[in-house]
Design a protein around this ligand. Structure first.
Ligand code: NDP
Length: 241
């Protein structure tokens, strides 16, 4: 029987690269996305993965979508869940609106937390599986002009470590990936001079790609990492050491 994985934010960027990686490795893949139907369709056609349109900030819809993925797989539980969907809003902290803060918190932190919450009961019952949370190096180092974003990503690290301790005895692993500067739509929204300046600080001397992160996610999700839990794997070309 094929292994199963649910990936949030699979229509573009790091999530899309992860959908491709797991599919190439023979896993059955379902992914959630918010609104970009064409991008989701393209990923689904290329990989055979199941796209599910679901805004992860809508808790009822998220619960139903996770159930739908399980039904589609015909499986009691998932072998892996990748909480990747996220947004970034940058600007001075003092300029941040209440709506922006809530949007960041609901998507980056609560979206991941509730994805895990809704997927976990069956994983615990089956005593297997792993969760990979996609944080950011800014969650480790803190980021000026990215205070709120960095805060959600730091919280995700605390969540992952705590959850790993709680569900480890039930046979479920939880790990975190902390990407550096990765070439995706999120990153393209920034001024190219800013990106070039950041890349100058990368010891490996280049921007990261979705595939770089997908490989790390795949490693942590699968059997090769069966004795790894509660860890934060930085994939930043050495930016954050
Ligand atoms: P992209 O903007 O390229 O893609 C974001 C993905 O998340 C899309 O699939 C989008 O769906 C989905 N998404 C966004 N909001 C929601 C929502 N409310 N409900 C469901 N899906 C949603 O981002 P990246 O690939 O760059 O980022 C992926 C993760 O990696 C994020 O958590 C980000 O914070 C993190 N990260 C990225 C870095 C980078 O440099 N790119 C660096 C460090 C961390 P749709 O296509 O429908 O909009």
């Amino acid at each position: 029987m094929k292994k199963t994985v649910l990936i949030t934010g699979g229509s573009r960027g790091i999530g899309a690269a992860s959908v491709k990686k797991f599919s190439e490795e023979g896993w059955q893949v379902a992914f959630l996305y918010k609104e970009q139907d064409d991008a989701a369709r393209a990923v689904a056609e290329e990989t055979g993965a199941l796209p599910i349109k679901c805004d992860i900030t809508d808790r009822d819809l998220l619960r139903e979508s996770i159930k739908a993925a399980r039904v589609y797989f015909g499986a009691v539980s998932f072998d892996a869940v990748v909480c990747n969907a996220g947004i970034s809003i940058s600007g001075l902290f003092t300029d941040l609106s209440d709506e922006e803060w809530e949007q960041l918190l609901k998507t980056n932190l609560e979206g991941a937390m509730y994805t895990a919450k809704f997927a976990l009961p069956e994983m615990i019952r089956e005593s297997r599986g792993s969760i990979v949370l996609v944080s950011s190096m800014w969650g480790e180092t803190g980021g000026s002009y990215e205070v709120a974003y960095s805060t959600t990503k730091a919280a995700l690290i605390g969540f992952g470590k705590s959850l790993a301790k709680e569900v480890g005895p039930s046979g479920v692993r939880v790990n975190v990936v902390a990407p550096g500067v990765i070439e995706t739509d999120m990153c393209r929204a920034y001024d190219s001079e800013v990106i070039d300046g950041l890349i100058e600080e990368v010891p490996l001397g280049r921007i990261g790609y979705g595939d770089d992160i997908a490989s790390a996610i795949y490693f942590l999700a699968g059997e090769e990492a069966s004795y790894v839990t509660g860890q934060v794997l930085g994939v930043s070309g050495g930016f954050c050491i």
